[in-house]
Design a protein around this ligand. Structure first.
Ligand code: BTN
Length: 262
């Protein structure tokens, strides 16, 4: 896989330094250690298996051998800490567009950072922010794509893979190469503009939640909101039952469809 990536890479710097493992605990954990060694921006950590893959909100991420993309990017964005969270949306958008390109499947975004096919989750993103001793900012963007996974345990009713949904196998290196190029382009744009305005249209077109009612769960607080739009910070603007509007920050929140996962 690694040779195929290196041969076909078209980026300026994203993915030029690749650390590949047959097995690792978590590519995010390893990427965070690399930051201490000042590895170059765009360093990619990639593994064929993760034994302790991490999901959002403290969940585990199933990362079996040979069937998925388990990778983390090291970034040093020129952004303020409050501008960082939208980077996850930028990565989700880049992956959504790459997968649509390569597979021709109708893959959509579930805000803030799930990719969904036929109302099932096929990709998740976990970004971690690291602030150094002199306030320098580093980010690890960890992405898991269920590419050729043949099946999932019943305990994960909303999980699926490109293979399960389409009965087609996809080449993981092709997806990675396409994503790295798409991501580099969007990352440069976000780093220069420092807000999500130019992305709102692109994101909303692909986002399943717009115009829908969703449950918004923030710690112990759970309520229904009608999704209006995205904001220039990448937050979700919802209208609550009492008629008030609220801007939902992507941080620790989880949203669920009123009927099902989407
Ligand atoms: C989620 O949707 O909960 C986020 C899942 C993120 C999984 C990826 S796989 C590569 C990277 N390493 C990890 O331990 N997690 C992320």
């Amino acid at each position: 896989m690694i040779e195929q990536i290196l041969q076909n890479l078209t980026t300026q710097y994203i993915g030029h330094n690749i650390k590949y493992f047959d097995e690792i605990d978590s590519t995010n954990t390893y990427a965070k250690q690399l930051i201490k060694q000042n590895v170059p921006e765009g360093t990619l950590v990639l593994s064929n298996i993760q034994t302790q893959g991490k999901g959002r909100l403290g969940r585990a991420w199933v990362s079996a051998a040979d069937v998925g993309i388990w990778m983390s990017l090291v970034l040093y964005p020129k952004l303020k800490p409050e501008e960082i969270s939208a980077l996850t949306l930028v990565a989700g958008l880049a992956m959504c567009q790459s997968l649509r390109d390569i597979t021709n499947l109708n893959i959509k975004l579930k805000w803030p950072n799930d990719l969904v096919l036929n109302r099932k989750k096929i990709c998740g993103i976990l970004s971690e922010l690291i602030i150094g001793e002199n306030d320098e900012v580093a980010v690890v963007v960890g992405i898991g794509v269920n590419v050729n996974t043949p099946k999932f345990n019943k305990s994960l009713p909303f999980a699926s893979s490109l293979f399960i949904e389409s009965e087609r196998q996809f080449n993981r290196a092709d997806i990675i190469v396409n994503f790295l190029s798409e991501f580099e382009h969007l990352y440069e744009l976000y780093n220069t503009q420092r807000n999500f305005s130019s992305f709102i249209n692109m994101y909303e077109k692909l986002c399943l939640n717009i115009g829908e009612d969703v449950y918004i769960q923030n710690n112990d607080d759970k309520y229904i909101g009608h999704v209006i739009s995205l904001t220039e910070k990448g937050n979700l603007l919802v209208k609550k039952k009492d008629g008030n509007f609220e801007e939902i920050f992507s941080g620790e929140v989880s949203i669920r469809g009123v009927g099902d996962y989407v």
